[in-house]
Design a protein around this ligand. Structure first.
Ligand SMILES: [Zn+2]
Length: 70
């Protein structure tokens, strides 16, 4: 079972949740403040990881859109 990391947009709490196969419609809530305003973090994939720089300038990939403004 995959474990997903979520970050709360409200209090900034980061927590992990085990997601079962049929729970895609479940509402994930922050375990700290109970807010459902959480964002899933991609922990398994090194998308946007800065440990290696891509030689072909893939810095502007669509992996991590920074449109977090609201
Ligand atoms: Zn929270």
């Amino acid at each position: 079972m995959p474990i997903y990391e979520y970050i709360c947009e409200k209090c900034g709490n980061v927590f992990e949740t085990i997601v079962t196969s049929s729970s895609s419609s479940d509402v994930i809530v922050c375990k700290k403040c109970g807010s459902s305003d959480v964002k899933k973090k991609m922990s398994s994939f090194s998308c946007g990881g800065s440990s290696k720089s891509t030689p072909l300038g893939g810095g502007l990939s669509s992996c991590s859109p920074r449109g977090g403004f609201s």
